[in-house]
Ligand binder design. Sequence first.
Ligand SMILES: [Cu+2]
Length: 207
Amino acid sequence: MTGDSTGERREGSVGRRAFVRRAGGAAGAAGATAVGLGAGEDASAQAQRYEFGGHTLAWRGRSPEGIADTENPTIELDAGTEYEFWFENVDGAPHNIAVQDADGNTLEESETVSEEGATASITFTATPEMTQYICIVHPTTMVADLEVSGTVEDGAADGEDAGGPSVESLALVGALVMAFVSPVLFALFLFSRRGEDGEGEGDLTTR
Ligand SMILES: [Cu+2]
């Protein structure tokens, strides 16, 4: 008789240890999820890409969807944010892509490509003095406006506040809170059940 009850108690303590281990695992998994989210945010915070078809008579927007099939689309940029402007040579005439300021000074410039199907791109951080993107070979037809909002300092700060890190840290804090709170809630749930129902304990320990 006494032997039996000791056995039950041991079983109960094993069950509790298994529960602690499981709770620890849950916290670990939540932590790993938070780290994974952080890495994902960093990757998506890379250069925003705009794609164009290079025709002698105009830039033709391709992507994102908002500029698709639009000739010489105005592009709105945020100062301090990194962008990639990419184009494919559509007609086999020589083209390149450059970013200029209001005085026509070239701030960024790709190589010139002359073969149909050839591509070139520039990657740059937007600054307020940028006013147009242009093909240097066809400056009267392949030219369109850039509208840059914000200053470089504000833009960079905005980017960090509104973009990756804040979302990242929110996700991290949320995950950590969940990691700590959920085992406690689970434990409270278990103990409340144990208090209510003696047979419930048996079910839990054999699980
Ligand atoms: Cu051109």
